[in-house]
Design a protein around this ligand. Sequence first.
Ligand code: GAL
Length: 641
Amino acid sequence: MPPLTGCAYYPEHWLVDQWAVDAQRLREAGLSVVRRGEFAWDKMEPQPEQYSFDWLDHAVEVLSQAGLKIVMCTPTATPPPWLLHQYPEIRRVGIDGVRVSTASRRVICGSTAPYRAAARSIVDVITRHYGHHPAVIGWQVDNEFGVGETTRCYCDSCRVRFQEWLAERYGSLDILNQAWGTQFWGTTFTDWTQIPVPGITTEPQNPSLRLDYRRFSSDTWVAFQQMQIDLLRANAPQHWITHNFMIRHWSLDYWKLAQALDFVSYDNYPHGLNDPAEVSMNLDLMRSLKKRSFWVIEQQPGRVNWHPYNPSVPPGQVRVWTHQAYAAGASAVVYFRERASRIGQEQYHTGLFKWDGTPDQAYYEAQQVARDLASLPDLARPSAQVGIIFDYDDLWSIELEPMTQEFSYWNWVRQIYTAFWQSNIPVDFLPREADLTGCDTVIVPAAILIHPGEVGKWRSWVEQGGRLIVTFRSGVRELSNIATAETLPGGGLSDLIGAHVSQFSSVPPATYTAWPDHRPGSQISAGAESVFNYHIWAETLTPITAHTLYHYRDGLNAGEVAVTQHRVGQGEVIYLGCWVEDFARFAAAQGWITAAPAPVQITTLQDVAGSAWQLSINHSLHPAGNLEGYGVSYEKLSDND
Ligand code: GAL
């Protein structure tokens, strides 16, 4: 089946007479799917345990009669006001101890018993009601867990559950005290109930406690999702289950959140990202989470309303975003939303139609997409040979203590990813525990936490011919976020890279003029022709069995080793000790990518018969390659018969 298109539809926002008109117009736009229901708990259960589905049954009937398939959502992102009023303790508490107000969405804490019980019962009722409905094809659980910094709550319920979570993880207080190093600043706990949730203190709180709180908070929502998945599997066994993940989001461990779903869905809002490369990075991460196709279940249709600036988009852009998603392996793109809302918090957000019901730009582009896809077979994205390890614990550990405000794990990964993207080299993201078979190059960016046993696995893969590129800030801390007692990098990494890290230092920006003699420097080189600037972070290396590729040129680090290469079996391990400013130029100099960025994005896809197709996308208003501004083309490259 070729990829689908669809849109979010809110029958509860429009008069009943309008529904059939809307459904017809969506069919005319070539759409075949509507997603609905994620914010309608108040209409489904207007009073405690009094359910009302007539209106929704009617909407589903009207939509399905027009030939649209329905993705149902569970409505747990917006508990009704009566529930919030009856149980004020289910409202989330900020780190400042203030309980959030209502009349918005996601104001809830996922650990509180009354909220969980009410959520369980509405999900049970709605999944029984629609679990066998012929027009329903699948379910979205809740809506965007964590949106607007709502993953972490600091209420009393969370404190108790955190203590239970810790007891489970560590088994005894002695072990916890040891693992967290509580002796520092004399905070040894003698009873589980003494352990706080993070809060306001004048000096920083224990970094192990803070990292574990991030894990706990993420696990809370994973468990909340699991509760809903269990009900869905029981009540709607024929339907698939997904959840909508977000752009550049990391308060939740998405590897864990993805696990029990049939596939991941993603809300693609490019205006929240920096550039087309970062859009592809997020899309590729979504495919990687389950190593399979995913849905874009919300697609930005034009201007949004929530960014610091909200420009409209040039003609052709929505079509390009849609095909960019297909290039990354999306099997459906669902536009957000049908008609721009005349009510509520998102009135300035565009849809396929304007407030007055006349088509907006995205409507015509959705029609064009339907025409583009009409003659195409189902195209899948083959696995990549380049892998980038991406880990939420590493990101959190660094975010909690970056050592320089410029150090962003995400930006470092993004810079590496972008270099490959600009060369049209496909990339998969990998979890820390991934099997590396099938890759020829794997990049391990700032893998700060040591995972016992992992390096042995990497070594066997390198011995078979793999190229492992490990970067600075790897192998520094134990899983509980205390420093390793080993010579850096720890966990066996020194042996694998064939070198030690002797010193590490942040690199202040040039505008920071204090202590000029204390600067590590700004350049590395391998001979006069090969010079690269670095910033943010620098480590000096002591090679043992590795050989030196680059030296530091200036500043305090002058003459020290910056980059090493270690041959291991048939393969090699590179250790990059500093954050090179232009990673793409550096990678091109090593022969990892092409020298010049490609003018257009080119992706090779495969049809079910095994034939290769080339999808070319121009991300600019100006003609490039053989494409006009914002042009898209599909071309069959080979017949496999
Ligand atoms: C998404 C959200 C939608 C809507 C949209 C607006 O994050 O899931 O409900 O708010 O943003 O761009």
